[in-house]
Design a protein. Structure first.
Length: 74
């Protein structure tokens, strides 16, 4: 039995969050997005500032990408 089937048989709501580790790709996100509620796009954090700073850099990249994707032409 697949994990998705087990989760669907529960008698209460559940959030299924997936972390692919360091091998995250947009293609992987497209293929799995219909099966999960949340999908993390960065690796794990450890007790190092570099790990936290990396998340800020990813967030900045996504924000800028979305801005140019959805910004109205001037």
């Amino acid at each position: 039995m697949y994990l998705l089937q087990l989760l669907q048989e529960l008698d209460r709501p559940i959030v299924f969050s997936l972390s692919p580790g360091t091998s995250v790709t947009p293609a992987l996100a497209d293929g799995i997005s219909e099966h999960v509620d949340m999908y993390r796009v960065t690796g794990d954090d450890w007790d190092k500032w570099d790990d936290v700073a990396y998340h800020f850099n990813v967030a900045r990249y996504i924000l800028v990408s979305l801005f140019f994707l959805f910004a109205a032409p001037c």
